[in-house]
Design a protein around this ligand. Structure first.
Ligand code: IMP
Ligand code: MG
Length: 174
C-alpha cells in the first residue's frame, strides 16, 4: 500500500486548514475534475469551513489505459458558471500536467473567473510534459500507476479507501 486511510485523512485536515485560511472572504467555487476528483472533493470540502460552491468538469485523457494519450477531450459543452469566482480546481493526480493545464486555459479563456488555483491529492513530479505546478499538493509520489481513492484503472478500483500501486499482473485484467 502506498498511502493508507489514516495518512489521507490527516493530510486532508492540513490541506483544508490551508485552503480555509487562504480563501477567507473570497467567492470560492471548487471545480472537481470527474470522475477521479469526486471522492477527494467530498472528503476535503467537508473539512473546509467556508461558504463555497461546487462544480465539476468532465474530461478524458487516458482513454482506458495506463499511459496518457496526450489529448484532452472535453465531454461537456456547457462550462460551469464561474464568472467572477475564485476557482479552485481539484483533481486526484497531476501527472503529465496536460489535463489541468488544458482545463485552466479553457476556463480562463471562456468562463471569466477572478482567479484559478489548483489542488491535487497526488503529484507525480517527474512525469510532467507541460509546465504546470499545483498550488496545493497532498502527496508527492514516484512514476507508478496508482489506483484507489478516486483513481481508476479502466474504471475500476475508485472506491478503495486507500491508494495502492497497480500490480503489473492486474494490467489488462481487473
Ligand atoms: P495528466 O493530464 O497526465 O496530468 O493526467 C491527469 C489524469 O490522468 C488524472 O486526472 C487521472 O485521471 C489520470 N492519471 C494519471 N496518473 C494516474 C495514475 O497513476 N492512476 C490513475 N489515473 C491516473
Ligand atoms: Mg481519471
Amino acid at each position: 500500500m502506498l498511502v493508507d486511510e489514516d495518512a489521507i485523512a490527516s493530510r486532508l485536515d492540513e490541506l483544508a486548514l490551508e485552503i480555509t485560511k487562504d480563501y477567507e472572504g473570497s467567492n470560492l467555487t471548487v471545480v472537481a475534475i470527474l470522475h477521479g476528483g469526486i471522492i477527494f472533493m467530498a472528503d476535503l470540502l467537508r473539512r473546509v469551513h467556508l461558504p463555497l460552491k461546487m462544480e465539476s468538469v468532465s474530461v478524458a485523457s487516458y482513454h482506458g489505459g495506463t499511459q496518457s494519450s496526450g489529448e484532452v477531450t472535453f465531454n461537456q459543452i456547457a462550462l460551469p458558471d464561474i464568472d467572477g469566482e475564485d476557482v479552485l480546481l481539484l483533481d486526484d493526480i497531476l501527472d503529465s500536467g496536460r489535463t489541468l493545464h488544458a482545463i485552466r486555459a479553457k476556463l480562463e479563456r471562456e468562463a471569466n473567473p477572478a482567479s484559478i488555483r489548483s489542488c491535487v491529492l497526488l503529484d507525480k513530479k517527474t512525469t510532467r510534459a507541460v509546465d504546470f505546478k499545483a498550488d496545493y499538493v497532498g502527496f508527492e509520489i514516484g512514476d507508478e500507476f496508482v489506483v484507489g481513492y478516486g483513481l481508476d484503472y479502466k474504471g475500476h478500483y475508485r472506491n478503495l479507501p486507500h491508494i495502492g500501486v497497480l500490480k503489473p499482473e492486474y494490467v489488462d485484467g481487473c
